[in-house]
Design a protein around this ligand. Structure first.
Ligand code: FAD
Length: 561
């Protein structure tokens, strides 16, 4: 078992090096065999996508036993939380992207990047069909890539809910190009409105900016636009300021629904003070080149409003290639790919899905929760003391942090209180709980489609892959997490670190773990420091910090380039 490598071994092999594979010398044969065995053993991993999930997987994958091919139409990773800041030039587009080849070249194993999109997954032959884009690379090239393991991290596309005219006339805020386009359009609107031939009425239309969707992205964009107009454009186009109007449309009763009520209320009041026209309970039915049609949900009234620019930010939908794949594997009645808790696509052994294109199948989670209750009910009486019930709920929250996100602690207490009183005693009826599980089920929504989830999933899966060989070698060893028949790795557990909602004017709201709410200027500084620390490289970190400093000193740049 003596291993020799290097120049001396080369001389021992008669100067043939690897060409000496055919040499009968036992050393050379052993050397060549080991090399060949290594090559044979290398598993082909194909990663689809260079977003949060794909990049996090790639960055954290360290084990040399893989040969990795990354396929994505985007040859960079984009730090999406700062995209709204790109729409007004607070941060430059290039400051928030990291070339994927910078990450690939640092890998100790064989890793390749191909700028192409996957258009079909062939599970029978374990192949991915890809094509390069005509616009980028001067013509479509088609090729296939073989895989042993496939990691699907293709994200999602904007959801238009099939609203007529949205694709043709609205802007999305999903990619770097979208943010750059929005920046140019805002400036175009101001330049056009300042032309002498434009009537006052037309000026009002051109300078009416409509944002559809009161989620974190829509709210942050509205706030950024308001700051851009008031802090920079108002000085450059003083006569136009009076015509500018920003409208935020939201179909439900409130904006920032996923946040605590205190944050929602603060944001709504702030927008009111800032003069942002917030219209809740208003659903968009159609968008034309110059008008946006809405239906007031309460009254059914239809309103047509002239606009200059519409930004559509109402959530995400499934990419066609993912939809095709779902059909192929029989997941037709779902919105996104269902995986188990180990992020394996249900019904498949070697295909993993993470990030916005996937969701952990909650049915299993509900079954699991049910089993936890059964276990807690040792005497099988069908009843639990309320204190035991609280303990069980705590256990569930620990295992499924997404339960805690949705059943926030305060609500959780209310929930216990409610059950205690509805049963009229201090015991808790498990059967009744199970029948009301559907109520909890609605709270037990899927993990949010956020960068936080995607990045944690990527790191988790890479960790599993790094330990795969060891686990296969010692399947019954201490690394096996669960008993026979279960996967050898611990299941994925999401850790929620909180969420920010920048509201403009150097004010940010944050909902942090432990139901801790923080709002104001100090939270804005927390936002600056968290995002600076989360940027993927020192290069991007320095660029973003210098962009922020530039904005503080010189203001935002309003040239149309
Ligand atoms: P993505 O990051 O979208 O990456 C998908 C990748 O797949 C891309 O590289 C894409 O080019 C590639 N791809 C697409 N089609 C194909 C194909 N056919 N073949 C191969 N590759 C393909 N989350 C937070 O947690 N905090 C925030 O503050 C926050 N702010 C946001 C602000 C904005 C404006 C937006 C748009 C999102 C924000 N998010 C935030 C959400 C977060 O960006 C997403 O949840 C996250 O990007 C999901 O990561 P992903 O890897 O699944 O998808």
């Amino acid at each position: 078992d003596w291993v020799s490598m290097g120049r001396s071994t080369q001389w021992l092999c008669g100067g043939g090096g690897l060409l000496a594979v055919s040499d009968n010398s036992p050393f050379c044969t052993a050397y060549a065999d080991a090399g060949q065995r290594d090559m044979m053993k290398k598993k082909k991993v194909v990663v689809l996508g260079t977003g949060w999930a794909g990049t996090s997987f790639l960055k954290n994958l360290t084990h040399p036993s893989y040969e990795v091919q990354v396929v994505s139409p985007r040859n960079y990773f984009a730090f999406t939380p700062l995209l709204p800041s790109v729409t007004n030039g607070t941060v430059e587009a290039r400051s928030i992207v990291e070339p994927i080849r910078n990450i690939v070249r640092k890998k100790k194993f064989d890793a390749q990047y191909r700028e192409a999109e996957c258009y079909k997954i062939d599970t029978q032959n374990k192949k991915v069909h890809c094509r390069s884009q005509k616009t980028n690379l001067g013509g479509i090239e088609e090729f296939t890539v073989d895989y042993d393991y496939l990691v699907i991290a293709m994200g999602a596309r904007p959801n238009t809910f099939n609203t007529p005219g949205v694709l043709e006339h609205a802007h999305f805020l999903k990619e770097i190009e979208d943010a750059q386009r929005i920046r140019r359009t805002v400036i175009d609107c101001f330049e056009r409105a300042s032309l002498p031939s434009i009537s006052e009425e037309e000026k009002k239309r051109i300078l009416h900016f409509v944002v559809v969707g009161g989620g974190p992205t829509g709210v942050e964009f509205s706030a950024e636009l308001h700051d851009f107009v008031n802090e920079d454009l108002a000085k450059l186009y003083p006569t136009l300021k009076k015509h500018v109007k920003i409208t935020l449309l939201e179909a439900s009763d409130h904006i920032l629904n996923m946040f605590d009520k205190r944050i929602t209320a603060f944001a709504e009041q702030k927008f009111h003070r800032d003069g942002i026209n917030l219209k809740v309970g208003s659903m968009v039915t159609k968008v034309t080149e110059t008008e946006i049609s809405t239906k007031e949900i309460a009254t059914g009234e239809l309103v047509n409003t002239p606009y200059g620019m519409v930004v559509w930010s109402t959530g995400i939908g499934t990419r066609p290639v993912v939809m095709d794949f779902m059909k192929q594997i029989g997941q037709t009645n779902r919105r996104v790919l269902a995986t188990d808790e180990w992020l394996r696509v249900e019904g498949s052994d070697c295909i993993y899905a993470l990030g916005d294109c996937a969701t952990i199948n909650q049915r299993k989670v509900i079954e699991d929760i049910s089993a936890i209750f059964n276990k807690a009910d040792k005497k099988n009486t069908g009843r639990l003391k309320v204190d035991d019930f609280k303990e069980v709920i705590n256990d569930i929250c620990e295992r499924y942090p997404q339960v805690e996100i949705h059943l926030r602690k305060r609500q959780l207490k209310d929930f216990v209180h409610l059950i205690k009183h509805s049963h009229g005693d201090d015991e808790f009826n498990i059967e009744k709980f199970k029948s009301s599980l559907s109520e909890v089920d609605s709270q037990l929504k899927n993990l949010p489609a956020t960068a936080q989830v995607a990045a944690q999933q990527g790191a988790y899966l890479a960790d599993c892959f790094n330990r795969m060989e060891l686990c296969e070698k010692y399947p019954e060893g201490p690394l096996r997490f669960r008993g026979a028949g279960r996967h050898r790795f611990r299941p994925f557990r999401y850790k929620h670190f909180g969420q920010f909602a920048p509201l403009g004017g150097e004010q940010t709201a944050a909902q942090l773990p432990g139901d801790w709410i923080s709002i104001g200027q100090s939270t804005q500084w927390l936002w600056y420091s968290v995002y600076a620390s989360k940027l993927v490289s020192w290069r991007t970190r320095m660029l973003v910090i210098s962009d922020w400093a530039r904005r503080f000193i010189f203001g935002r740049d309003s040239s149309r380039i």
